[in-house]
Design a protein around this ligand. Structure first.
Ligand code: ATP
Ligand code: MG
Length: 442
């Protein structure tokens, strides 16, 4: 028998692993994600933004036409493939294009304004590292049909409120810039190209390529050898058209009035072609080079570019992985976001199993916020106690022969040096309430 036949008969037992740069979200982390997502959902309701959910896959042309052919995303990062019909499809690398496509397709932009938000996985074939993955998750906000700086300010205020709710506001910086009108950008582009040509020797390979395709992106370069030359480059801020200038001044005044601090960063250009006028990023120094937590701006030309009527629009997207990393790095994860149990109900032997299940149900009726788990699966008393300890719960509620006979329960502290207590089952809900709320564990 040849080896190829043998391997054909016996399938490989090698374990199959997840795709590089694509993460499983494990139980130990999911409570923190839910905590962040819960804050996001509440926030969107409070500002009157409605959720939109679109497919994860779209026609490739949608991203090429919106994000731009000569951007990093479209040139090298998209997961593009042919489906069985031969159509070119792409796993969405970001959410704005899909959101615009859906809003147009369903007439949501027809003579009306929209304030929308979305969340979900995005896909980019980047080099995986801390804070940078190939499947990552964004929350995004998009507002359509509003052209004034008030809506720009609102989206920024909304994001600021999220940082405040999560305790992050002091740890992030708002960077602002204006990219002006497309005419102003075109004129500035010529000025900029002339400047870069004068300093051609200093440009790295990437920048030389961009000099032809997308010169403004050179300003975004993180190459330290180019830093000084880029700082001295002509600024679009000094070449803005009057209307964009006024728009930017008004936005700044609104942020000032709301007490939101910012720094103007004339080199902030963003990596997607559809932006114009306002652009902004919320950045942190706590995450190394993946320091942008949230990024966005105005994209008044995009709807038209995708075949719709001219529609002003502004939005942002934030990366949940980076937000979660930041909360962990700064030790801002509250106890409620750790997914811990309050109580572990422990039948001391099998004769108490049913009673433990029932007591669990009664407690959940009485205390909707209680996080309770009932021991299942039998075992010796010793192994049951071990499970209780490992559950991470603060309290064990023990049910044995005596407890069943007198309708009581033994309450044992699992994480504190404290005498165990015996309580009547009828009073248990009250006891737990005062214990868990009035006397949180240190
Ligand atoms: P960066 O400059 O870090 O590559 P970007 O400009 O490509 O970011 P956007 O496309 O504006 O980012 O996406 C908005 C947010 O989504 C980013 O600020 C970041 O928090 C998050 N994000 C983008 N790409 C990734 C990724 N590969 N992995 C994790 N988060 C990401
Ligand atoms: Mg990127």
């Amino acid at each position: 028998m040849s080896t190829s036949q043998a391997s054909h008969k016996e399938p490989s037992r090698k374990k199959i692993q997840a795709i590089r740069g694509m993460n499983d979200l494990l139980p130990a982390q999911s409570a923190l994600w839910q905590y962040v997502e819960g804050h996001v959902q509440t926030l969107m309701k409070r500002y009157g933004y409605a959720e939109i959910r679109t497919p994860i896959i779209e026609q490739t042309a949608l991203f090429k036409r919106s994000i731009g052919e000569v951007t990093d995303i479209v040139e090298k990062e998209m997961y593009t493939f042919e489906d069985r019909n031969g159509d070119s499809l792409t796993l969405r690398p970001e959410g704005t294009a899909s959101c615009v496509r859906a809003a147009m397709e369903h007439g949501l932009l027809h003579n009306q304004t929209q304030r929308l938000w979305y969340q979900g996985p995005m896909f980019r074939h980047e080099r995986p590292q801390k804070g940078r993955y190939r499947q990552f998750h964004q929350v995004g906000v998009e507002a359509f049909g509003l052209e004034g700086p008030d809506i720009d300010a609102e989206t920024i205020l909304l994001s600021a409120r999220l940082w405040k709710a999560l305790g992050l506001y002091e740890h992030v910086t708002l960077e602002l810039n204006s990219l002006g009108s497309s005419q102003a950008r075109a004129a500035y582009r010529d000025t900029l190209v002339a400047y870069f040509e004068q300093h051609y020797a200093l440009l790295d390979e990437d920048s030389r390529r961009r000099l032809i395709s997308n010169p403004m992106r050179i300003l975004d370069s993180k190459n330290p050898a180019m830093a000084e030359m880029l700082d001295a480059a002509p600024r679009l801020m000094d070449h803005l058209d009057d209307a964009s200038h006024a728009h930017f001044e008004q936005l700044c005044a609104m942020l000032d009035a709301a007490g939101i601090g910012y720094v103007i960063n004339p080199r902030l250009v963003r990596g997607l072609d559809y932006y114009g006028r306002t652009v902004f990023e919320w950045t942190t120094t706590a995450l190394g080079s993946q320091g942008t937590v949230c990024a966005g701006g105005r994209y008044d030309g995009l709807v038209e570019q995708l075949g719709g009527k001219p529609t002003p629009a502004v939005g942002f997207a934030l990366g949940i992985e980076r937000l979660v990393l930041l909360l962990e790095t700064l030790e801002l994860v509250p106890d409620t976001a750790r997914g811990e149990l309050d109580v572990y109900l422990l039948p001391m032997d099998d004769s108490a199993n049913a009673a433990a299940l029932l007591l669990g149900e009664r407690l959940r009726e009485a205390l909707p916020a209680l996080r309770a788990q009932v021991h299942c699966g039998g075992g010796s008393f010793k192994s049951r106690m071990k499970k209780a300890d490992r559950s991470g719960a603060r309290l064990a509620l023990l049910l044995g022969e005596d407890e069943l006979a007198e309708r009581s329960v033994t309450l044992k502290f699992l994480r504190e040096e404290r005498e165990q207590q015996r309580h009547r089952q009828a009073e248990l809900a009250e006891t737990l309430t005062s214990l868990l709320e009035g006397d949180p564990v240190a």
